[in-house]
Write a protein that binds this ligand. Structure first.
Ligand code: NAD
Length: 318
């Protein structure tokens, strides 16, 4: 039995694979003996149970060759991220929409109704928003990435309704602090304004300080993604979309945490120059959500933002 992870070479994919190997069984994910990473790049996880396959998820024949009756679970994490999607509409439509559909079709063709975890995003929202976003909030994406994730959500939900897959759509909070380098996501600065200064490097904050963000640490998101595969589909109910729990923090509060945990010198390395391209995307995202249903289903969130900064500092700052 196998679990397929698209985007298995990526930031979340490689971490999900490690987490499945270390405690997936104890967390109640379906029994598996191998994990197949499907990505344009080779999977960095070295383990005899992991097979790394490189290729394009938008190629239906390639995807069909990988998803078979042995497949008990699929994580669909491969995507063109928000910044690049805005710059290359055709590429993002092909990967984020055609790729998702190809994967769902391959899963359907197995006739085994595999569990299917899809990573969606706050970018599905836009327009006027209440202080706290309810589960019933209309989708009004203000970016191509958000529109493509919204299409993916609806497809996973309908393939679940039809009994083709057992879907679980996780709208991820913005993940902070991502170790490593900035990426092409419009929200990349949210990690950059903590990570770079803690490593003695200047960083710019492109959005106003009062901007509210819905955040989660990498460890918590990965733990929640493992839980998303383990949780009983019937308990989720017919609407398969979940806003994963996060914490609501303003950019000003993030910088205050940076100063409390890292000191005044890192805080002084953050400049505040507005960048309209980022403001247009990130400020259209909501900052707080009603997450009573996912919490009742056993999903979790971080304690506070100081703890998130400390998690990064203790693990990555030398
Ligand atoms: N990190 C966040 O803050 C965040 C927030 C919301 C949603 N998400 C979603 O979570 C998922 C994983 O994000 P991540 O942060 O790990 O991103 P990432 O860029 O590190 O990983 C994405 C992976 O997808 C692969 N990929 C891209 N196009 C592909 C293609 N055509 N065929 C095969 N592989 C392809 C890339 O090579 C990359 O390894 C994405 O779907 C993303 O939209 C992430």
């Amino acid at each position: 039995m196998k679990i397929i992870v698209t985007g298995g070479a990526g930031f979340l994919g490689s971490r999900v694979i490690r987490a499945l190997l270390s405690d997936g069984a104890a967390r109640g994910v379906p029994a598996f003996d191998s994990i197949v990473s499907v990505d344009l790049a080779p999977c960095p996880v070295e383990d005899a149970r992991v097979r790394s396959v490189t290729g394009d998820i938008a190629d239906p024949a390639f995807i069909r060759s990988l998803v078979d009756a042995e497949t008990v679970g699929i994580y669909h994490l491969a995507a063109v991220l928000s910044g690049q999607s805005e710059e290359d509409f055709d590429l993002s439509l092909r990967v984020n929409v055609d790729g998702t559909r190809a994967l769902l079709e391959a899963a359907r063709a197995t006739g085994r109704r595999p569990r299917f975890v899809f990573a969606s995003s706050l970018a599905v929202f836009g327009g006027a928003m209440p202080e706290v976003v309810p589960e019933t909030m209309a989708l009004m994406p203000a970016s191509s990435y958000g529109a493509q994730k919204a299409i993916g959500e609806i497809l996973v939900n309908d393939y679940s309704r039809k009994g083709f897959v057992d879907g679980r759509v996780c709208r991820l909070p913005t993940i902070v602090v991502r170790p490593g380098k900035p990426n092409s996501a419009a929200s990349s600065f949210a990690s950059g304004i903590i990570r770079e200064p803690l490593n003695g490097v200047a960083s710019n904050c492109p959005v106003p300080p009062e901007t509210r963000m819905w955040l989660s640490s990498p460890d918590t998101v990965v733990s929640n993604l493992v839980h998303a595969l383990a949780v009983d589909g019937a308990a989720i109910g017919p609407w398969r979309v979940l806003n994963l729990p996060g914490i609501c923090v303003t950019v000003a509060e993030m910088l205050a945490s940076l100063e409390r945990v890292g000191g005044a010198a890192p805080r002084a390395l953050v400049t505040q120059r507005p960048e309209q391209r980022v403001i247009d995307i990130v400020c259209s995202w909501p900052g707080d959500f009603d997450v009573s249903r996912p919490l009742a289903l056993g999903f979790t969130r971080d304690g506070d933002f100081d703890a998130v900064v400390r998690q990064y500092k203790d693990e990555f700052v030398r």
